[in-house]
Design a binder for this molecule. Sequence first.
Ligand code: GAF
Length: 382
Amino acid sequence: MTAAERAQQAFTERFGTAPEGVWAAPGRVNVIGEHTDYNDGFVLPVALPHTTRAAVGRRTDGRLALASLQGDGAVVALAMADLAPGRPDGWAGYPAGVVDGLRDLLPGGVSVLVDTDVPVGAGLSSSAALTCSVALALSDLVAPHLTRADLVELARRSENDFVGAPTGILDQSASLLCEAGSALFLDTRSRTSEQVPLDLAAAGLELLVVDTGTSHTHADGGYGDRRRECEEAAMHLGVPALRDVPDVAALSALDDDVLRRRARHIVTENARVLEVVRVLRSDADPRTIGPVLSEGHASLRDDFEISTPELDACVAAALDAGAHGARMVGGGFGGSAVVLVDRDRDRAGAVAQAVQKRFAKEGYAAPRTFDVVPSAGARRLL
Ligand code: GAF
């Protein structure tokens, strides 16, 4: 049975009628460009092969019913009229926020069943996979006029306004706009994007993701604090967003050391995205992006201060074992790291093993490691 059939069957069992279709949206790993999205900057994510599947069917009783194959299996149900930020809460708030954004087009209500293999709380955008799978489903069913860019906004609003997580548009854009075999180079200000071919295997390379198993959540304080600090730094510098700071020299106008370091991360990170894109567009050896990724980690650790001992240990162990580059990914305060390594089994295996060994030595739980092929964005499966 395929993953889509599994979702279809589970929907039918839960709701007593077949869904109108099954849609899938992937998680993402960001190659480079962390925390730049809410500063109007640049990002370069790839979609994971891991997806969330949403089986969806319209109802006639004016209710929203949500079920997940993860967790306790209970159905969350409420009247469409009762939808409000925080109601429902928990995982159900993400799809509910998307439904709420289109409630005028769903007078009879809707049933949604989701199933996922995107690691949850690992900094790999399980929440965007959830919102984007439902956004694409609903747009296919009741709002075909919406573009993918509109769906990015719909999914973002669900996270920001309904769930209360103050994220940017990196994750939703990756989930909806990425294409197989490419990284998505996105300018989050103009919203223009370009597919940058990323055939690491042809260059004898692979991108490993190491899920440290330490969880993070964006509704918690740290992420929002960084966002506020960036806004404050931009205000002191008299620019609309940190994207507009031309170089690090301009940061000497900031008296506050913390704000200066936060802003320096954003300025240098935007430059790193442009550098990585330049290399990938050229004939240069893609290995040369490795040190740029590692610099990105140092910047997130020292200037932005969102790394953790586990992420630092992972990056250090990977580099000691011969990785070309490594960095934490996502919002920070836990989650995953990405490691650029030679594809040959001995080397990739040695790097993964070195990370395992370091974790065991430090008394950390064993990390989960897998390699990533840039995969397709959200799509209809059935
Ligand atoms: C999280 C957020 F959801 C994104 O918008 C982005 O800011 C990212 O952290 C950091 O780059 O995934």
